[in-house]
Design a protein around this ligand. Sequence first.
Ligand code: M6R
Length: 361
Amino acid sequence: EKGGHKHFMAKEIAEQPTVLSDALSHYLSGDTIDLPDAVPDFATIDRIVMVACGTAYLACATAKYWIERMAGIPVEVDIASEFRYREPPIGPNTLAIFVSQSGETADTLAALRHVAEKAQILSVVNVAESSIARESDVALPILAGAEIGVASTKAFTCQLLVLLLLALRAGTDRGRLAPETLAETLEGLRTLPGRMNQALQTSDRIAKVARKLAEADDILFLGRGQMYPLALEGALKLKEISYIHAEGYASGELKHGPIALVDRTVPVIVMAPHDALFDKTVSNMQEVMARGGQIVFVTNSTGAAEAGDGAMAVIEMPDVPDVLAPILYAVPAQLLAYHTAIAKGTDVDQPRNLAKSVTVE
Ligand code: M6R
């Protein structure tokens, strides 16, 4: 049942090229993004609220960058347990998007019911017959297949994929996304499963780095722009299964407080593809190095050549179009958590105190 892997989590990490490719075949016909008719025309939407918990929330936080940039629609992202007790102003043209692997998370379902009468409800779920799917105006399956490990892995990357397709559709509906940009991104998406396979090849190297990480009491993750939510996700995954205290920060926030924590004992994982914000992130990374911080630098070959010197380890990712980096770089984030937990000897698939589906408040 674990397909030759030691843990469901390892199996689910390894399955990502396959499930992403299945989801792509489901949602793409040629250069057309095939979505159900019930998905609203984004030209009629003037605001989007996205609501979820945990890893699904971090998929939403990533999608905010995409939707705002491609479609120019303001996006608010909220944690379900907060949203359900707020009085969020919902106008007639508000689209509410709920993201949940299980489709049964109590807070997310309650948040959906909180606005069901007022907003159009779209959900992004893995379990197609779940409560959240049933109570939505339209539900988009992420097609990740059953996810057993408590730590969400393949569901996260499939959520990102479906949310990216929605962002592309939204940008097209609003006439803001150049057809060439759409075509390039879809082309990049078609090569993504292959790139993910390459990213998976870093597993042994990451296992070595993880032996050092396992000695730490605190670990920081840094990212900027669309890589910031992934820094949060890397930290969430690591603390969830290795029980090491980890925090993700927007790299520009470092000097506003967290840099005070940095010394030789605090590893800092930097997620930085060579994109438009690379130099900014690197300058934050150098501030960490100057204070003795041990850097694990996750970047592509250009990034490694330009700024890899002085890092404790460089994990090299293949090149992908910038917009796809959060999906690809999720793999090393997952592997770092997985191998660190293995080095610590914790129960990777069933971490203490956690349930796969949180169906109580
Ligand atoms: O089933 P859901 O996607 O609604 O679950 C939400 C969170 O409970 C879940 O993502 C949790 O944070 C994971 N254990 C993280 O790995």
